[in-house]
Design a protein around this ligand. Structure first.
Ligand code: BES
Ligand code: MN
Ligand code: ZN
Length: 496
């Protein structure tokens, strides 16, 4: 879809459809009010008649409006004006997209940037409209022999009362970059495990490197062996697919600036290994590489933005399968950091590949390291699909990430990483065990990682609940590309 922003008087605007908001009780948005005045109160008449209620979710499509050149006018209910906040704005945009996609409209002009959302500026509204619209047209039909019917909508114009300034234009291009990053993340995540293998991810990284001038390196199992990554390699032992450690380097700032390193869990299929998972919904474990996919997506977004910041992506990628060579419960392995790990459950494999990747990340002399992983079912129980779990060894970093999530509505909630939880990882035979029991499962997983991140500022995002949706709407969400990109944009702005 093509997006643009321009000054537009609704009474003169040609389009397949103009879209306006109406508050409950019949109060028109400023742009709708302007159109109402220019068309002899036809809109207020509809409100008076009771057709247009302004209740949240209420939509009325007018097939003509005499006196206006547009072919259609869509009125979208916004709910009560005093309750109109982020969520209500987002719901109104979603409703608009659903309604437009049921029509044959090829283009539409949305007059939403003047809607009063408390504490949110025009850039925020532009960002949300673009991300939500891009989301609404996404289809994972690459592998269907007949692709699903495409939407008619090709062009979306954001109509403003004055000429949009450079801030608004900038917000639009930035949002488009994030939308592209989310699409890439979703495309990779939705691919099945038989196509999206560690080797496939490595090939994608190389392609991205050619297109966007990243320096790409792929470590093979023999290289990892030499580095002593026995924890990571213990996970791929049971699989016929060789593990890969992929790095992408984006240098947008001075060489001397220490990079932000993003580490993404790239488990292309998690069967659980010898600690085999139950059969129901096991297919969803193809999504166990969503952390890696979000890192790819974020790298694409910042490259398109030409962000002035140094960012390195580190992606440990493997399958977790049971076979004769697979790790067994009770096995003890030595990590690259030299710490020994008793593997009590082969299904707690994410931390086993991440710990070596986190040790490896230190080579880039990072300013900050953020890992992103579909790490624990316990996080899904704690926070559901609304917020990602956020853990950090530095409160300020946690605050910065949480703020980026709040702004983009890609929320993350700060969880504790207190020492009291660490003892749950005590092992009788090794430096630690890889599970900490049922209690506080997402916290003990983060505690495990924290033992490998002592030398730098670090945060961990557990995206097990937020990276994809189950059920009828099954599919990747592209999260947390918006959070990560926003965090990096904020960083680039403060480094200036
Ligand atoms: N990839 C899973 C985590 C997961 C589970 C993500 C469900 C999304 C939905 C991870 O590798 C795993 O299996 N974790 C175990 C850890 C346990 C054995 C300590 C879990 O959460 O059950
Ligand atoms: Mn697992
Ligand atoms: Zn896993």
């Amino acid at each position: 879809m093509e997006f643009s922003i321009k000054q537009s008087n609704p009474e003169n605007q040609r389009s397949a459809c103009l879209v306006f908001g109406v508050f409950e009780g019949g109060q028109l948005s400023p742009a709708a009010h302007q159109l109402d005045l220019a068309t002899h109160h036809q809109l207020s008449d509809l409100i008076a008649r009771g057709d247009v209620t302004g209740k949240a979710g209420n939509t009325v499509m007018l097939q003509t409006l005499s006196g206006a050149p547009a072919e259609r006018v869509l009125l979208v209910g916004l709910g009560k004006k005093e309750e109109f906040k982020e969520k209500q704005f987002i719901d109104a945009v979603r409703t608009t997209c659903v309604t437009l996609h049921k029509t044959i409209c090829k283009d539409a002009v949305l007059y939403f940037t003047d809607l009063p959302v408390k504490a949110r500026d025009e850039s925020w509204k532009i960002n949300q409209i673009i991300l939500l619209s891009a989301e609404s047209i996404y289809r994972a039909d690459e592998l269907k022999s007949k692709p699903a019917d495409k939407h008619s909508l090709r062009k979306m114009i954001l109509g403003c009362d004055k000429k949009p300034g450079s801030t608004a234009q900038h917000a639009l291009t930035q949002a488009c970059a994030v939308a592209h990053g989310m699409k890439l993340a979703k495309d990779l995540s939705n691919l099945p495990g038989n196509i999206c293998t560690p080797t496939y991810l490595a090939e994608q990284a190389k392609k991205m490197g050619e297109d966007h001038k990243f320096k790409v390196t792929v470590l093979e199992e023999k290289d990892m062996e030499k580095l002593g990554m026995h924890s990571l390699l213990s996970v791929s032992r049971g699989s016929r697919q060789p593990a890969k450690l992929i790095t992408l380097e984006y240098r947008g700032a001075d060489k001397k600036q220490k990079p932000v390193v993003l580490v993404g869990k790239g488990l292309t299929f998690d069967s659980g290994g010898i600690s085999l998972k139950p059969g129901a919904e096991m297919d969803e474990m193809k999504y166990d590489m969503c952390g890696a996919a979000s890192v790819f997506g974020t790298m694409l977004a910042i490259a398109e933005m030409e962000l002035k910041l140094n960012v390195v992506a580190v992606i440990p990628s493997s399958e977790n399968m049971p076979d004769g060579a697979a790790s067994k419960p009770g096995d003890i392995v030595k990590s690259m950091a030299g710490l020994t790990i008793e593997i009590l459950n082969t299904d707690a494999e994410g931390r086993l590949i991440l710990c070596d990747a986190l040790t490896y990340a230190a080579r880039f002399e990072p300013d900050t390291v953020v890992d992103i992983a579909t790490l624990t079912g316990a996080c899904v129980i704690a926070l559901g699909g609304v917020a990602s779990g956020l853990f950090s060894n530095q409160d300020q970093l946690a605050c910065e990430l949480a703020a980026a999530g709040d702004y983009t509505n890609d929320k993350a909630w700060h969880m504790p990483l207190w020492d009291e939880y660490q003892t749950q990882l005590d092992s009788n035979f090794a430096d630690m065990q890889n599970i900490g029991g049922r209690a506080a499962g997402s916290v003990t997983a983060a505690c495990f990682l924290s033992r490998f991140t002592k030398d730098y500022r670090w945060a961990h995002l557990d995206i097990a609940g937020t990276a994809w949706k189950s059920g009828k709407e099954k599919g990747a969400t592209g999260r947390p590309v918006p959070l990560l990109t926003q965090y990096l944009v904020n960083r680039a702005n403060t480094e200036k």
